[in-house]
Design a protein around this ligand. Structure first.
Ligand SMILES: [Zn+2]
Length: 234
């Protein structure tokens, strides 16, 4: 009775271990994580493009403001030029006006460049935005599929745990302590079936003599595998 119960307990424990190992690796969970990663990458790129646009906007504003200041200054010098009589002063003013005009031309070039950049970044953002819905819808569907798969696994796990608890309730506490300790020592498998000459725990053959000795043991006495030390059920 006890060896069979222990073997049943082992089977549910192994199933629980396997399920717990698989749950974080469910294909649906892996796909959902990948889809969420794509959304994050999309968001990072959108932020990057928005930053570029803001940078170009700021550069254009700065150019325009500087241009205005320079123009105001130049207009004032031009008005002044009309009132100047001393040739050397007029020359100095004309020189300064020419310098301001050159500065303005350089600012205009900068502004044109920034406007080109802005147009490109805006076009990039428009193109980038076209895939947003698809990515978000895909990620939401993948997340829903992952949640469904996880719920199914959790239900299965709960069933196995209930079966496990029921089996443990039928076993003596000393036997359970031995079983639990052996599971800890033998990579989760405390008890295995003797299949012909083979121990299903370590997959090694026992000698015919060893098997005969085991078979002569009373039914309720647990045998041990001479190779791996696990409990054996005949
Ligand atoms: Zn063995």
């Amino acid at each position: 009775m006890t060896p069979q119960l222990l073997l049943e307990l082992q089977l549910t424990d192994t199933a629980i271990d396997l399920l717990r190992h698989r749950m974080p690796r469910l294909p649906e969970a892996v796909a959902a994580a990948a889809a969420a990663g794509e959304v994050s990458a999309w968001e990072r790129r959108a932020t990057e493009l928005a930053g570029e646009i803001a940078g170009f906007d700021a550069a254009i504003s700065v150019s325009e403001r500087s241009n205005e200041e320079i123009s105001t200054h130049r207009d004032r010098l031009e008005r002044q030029l009309k009132t100047v009589i001393v040739p050397r002063e007029a020359e100095a003013l004309m020189h300064e006006i020419a310098r301001l005009n050159a500065q303005r031309a350089a600012l205009d070039d900068d502004e044109l460049e920034a406007m080109d950049g802005l147009a490109q970044a805006e076009a990039g953002l428009t193109e980038h935005a076209e895939v947003e819905d698809l990515l978000r819808t895909g990620a939401a569907a993948a997340a829903a599929a992952a949640a469904t798969a996880r719920a199914a696994s959790e239900a299965e796990l709960a069933e196995l745990i209930a079966a496990n608890d029921a089996l443990r309730a039928r076993l003596e506490s000393a036997m359970l302590a031995t079983y639990d300790a052996m599971r800890g020592q033998h990579n989760g498998v405390a008890i295995a079936k003797l299949n012909g000459l083979r121990c299903e725990g370590c997959h090694l053959d026992l000698s015919r003599g060893e098997v005969d000795t085991i078979k002569r043991l009373p039914d309720d006495e647990l045998a041990e595998c001479p190779n791996c030390g696990r409990l054996l059920v005949r």
